[in-house]
Design a protein around this ligand. Sequence first.
Ligand code: HAM
Length: 424
Amino acid sequence: MGTDAFQPVQGMSDFEAPEVCLWRALEASAREVFERYGYEELRTPVVEPLGIYLHSLGETSDVVTKEMYNFEDRGGRRLALRPEGTAGVIRCLAGKGAEGLQARVYYLGPMFRCERTQKGRKRQFHQAGVEATGAPNPRVDAECIALQVALLEAMGLKGARVRLNTQGAPHERKTVADGLRAALEPVREQLCEDCARRIDQNVLRVLDCKQESCRKIVAEIPAPVTFMREESRSYFDKVRTLLEALGLDAEQDAKLVRGLDYYAHTVWELTHDALGAQNAIAGGGRYEITFEGKTVPGVGFAVGMERVIDALRAEGVRDEDHAPSGGVWLISLGESALDANMELACRLRRAGIRCGMELEPKSMKAQMRKAGRRRANHAVIRGEDELREGTAVLKDLSTGEQRTVKDERLFEVGNLREVFEWET
Ligand code: HAM
């Protein structure tokens, strides 16, 4: 077997310490912020019926046509690994009647898209997101954006920018599409092959094309808002006024479109300049999704955790800064010290003190190195001499200062913290 046998599936990752420590810290701050804003956690399965995605994300969206991990199970059911969180959440809420139409839920977890892998594009990636269901209300949209900004701040990210647009009411979709089609038809030949096809299938997506030639054309045509009615414009104006009142900077981008079809009215993306081509850290918007004849309106967003981490690293955050630290490392010189320290470790841990030790005989140097790597505050060193004299050497690992203490002090569980905090 080649070394590839030890690698995860392409586009997916193993997460080890200390990287995983940064992940845990970010997940903890996401939960804290979501709950501060009154959202409750909802965990839906990673596998859902394929139909819910075909139906809600749009049959012509890239996610559905090119990126789904779908399969038939042993019973011939057509299933998919979730490519995003919203559809599954709404599937669950739609079944709950009135309660599901007034929900505020959040989720954290892996999503799967079989995209061409490149920097910032994974096949298993992770999102932290929220959904707030209920009739369209610009205050909920504005609060949702404020929550998202608060979340990124709590995660320690500084340089994210909000770009904002409207897709108009669902019943305006056709008018907007017709307007854009009329503007693009005369220049069809100059568009890339994909966009020429998009004119017929999903014309809004032309606005999102990254090809330079298409971007030039898109810059010249009227923005979708031009084809919308007054109600939609004033809904959008209200969202912007509220954001301004909340002191949030949101740049209007009249050509911003989102890759999923369920959006209506407000849409937004958060980008970070340090990220290169895949610079969207988060995206969201208002939507309407219909399941089994029940239409659920809502608004929400999802933050891409890998991209937040890339941006944090670009801003100088280090994984190690989030690794667990503190407590004590027991250093044993000789077999008898190993046995005696095992007993001490057991007591310390029972008393709630973070405590580690090697269970194999190792050199003093190797054990001290490990204590440093595990970021212990103190080391307790015991060898034959200390055991005989009933003492231990207690070392403060940040200052290097050490002193000999009577070992019964270490065993007096009530007294341990004091012993270890002797320095302060
Ligand atoms: P989305 O824009 O498709 O929206 O994804 C949200 C975020 O997930 C993106 O901004 C990006 O940071 C991250 N992301 C997406 N694909 C990948 C990938 N292949 N690799 C790494 N990160 C990725 C949604 O998923 C909507 N469900 C958001 C939403 C919730 N709208 C309303 N409610």
